[in-house]
Design a protein around this ligand. Structure first.
Ligand code: SF4
Ligand code: SF4
Length: 243
């Protein structure tokens, strides 16, 4: 059986249940090409009590996305250990409460398109891989139930803010980011501890109420990430672009 992808319309239900008693338990936690979003890294580095810089050094690889020209930060799998995820253990995921959004989403895939205005139109699909036995379950759920069960709301929120940056890059038709611009993009969005330190010591433009937001971001990581995302958009030159 090959990988099958089935479109799921609004209100669709799907049959799936993943649990420890399945013979395939942990079979999906290796040999992946798993991109991490800035929000994934924020959650993971806090879970591991690491600085964002240390997390990036220990656990990630950075390359340039061929389609967008933007840096892509991926989880570095352990090639000395069968290509396993660095966070998988005999009892399952060792970072489960703060696992990445893609791990929560699976076996679903989500796309978003933006026609006009702020709210994206969502597109959902069910991925069925031969090794994954969760599809044999009798448990049935809606997409909305899966999103709630997997606590995906914040992941989706920040994912869509990142999509805004991808859209901006496409709209501007920019070449692949390189040099200082690439370093700044990574250190602002993915190395949030670095961004916080820098933000506290540099003068800010008057626009977008950055000073007030920075005050809130001192004790609120999500607010800090929102600020970083807006800052990157401002630097890319399109803060008030049309959708
Ligand atoms: S983060 Fe956890 S759920 Fe995701 S691939 Fe690694 S071990 Fe599996
Ligand atoms: S049911 Fe699928 S998602 Fe769950 S452990 Fe098995 S392969 Fe992974």
């Amino acid at each position: 059986m090959q990988v099958a992808v089935r479109h799921l319309g609004k209100g669709a239900v799907f049959r799936f249940h993943c649990h420890r008693q399945l013979p395939c338990f942990n079979a999906c936690c290796g040999n992946l090409s798993q991109a991490l979003t800035p929000y994934d890294i924020l959650r993971l580095k806090n879970h591991l009590h690491l600085s964002s810089g240390e997390f990036l050094r220990r656990y990630t690889l950075i390359r340039t996305g061929p389609a967008t020209g933007l840096p892509i930060v991926s989880l570095r799998f352990d090639m000395h250990n069968g290509g396993l995820c660095p966070f998988v253990g005999a009892k399952g995921c060792k970072v489960y409460p703060d696992r990445p959004g893609s791990c929560r989403l699976y076996p679903l895939a989500r796309g978003a398109s933006f026609k006009s205005g702020a709210k994206p139109e969502e597109h959902w699909a069910l991925i069925r891989e031969p090794h994954c036995l969760g599809h044999q379950a009798t448990k049935v759920q809606t997409i909305e139930q899966w999103v709630a069960d997997q606590e995906l709301e914040d992941y989706i929120y920040f994912n869509d803010l990142m999509l805004d940056i991808l859209r901006l890059q496409n709209k501007l038709g920019r070449k692949p980011m390189a040099g200082q611009q690439r370093d700044d993009f990574i250190s602002t969005l993915y190395d949030l501890d670095n961004f916080r330190a820098k933000a506290n010591s540099c003068p800010w433009p008057g626009e977008f109420d950055f000073e007030t937001r920075l005050g809130k971001a001192k004790s609120n990581d999500n607010a800090l990430l929102e600020l970083a995302l807006d800052w990157v958009k401002l630097v890319m030159g399109g803060m008030d672009h049309e959708p």
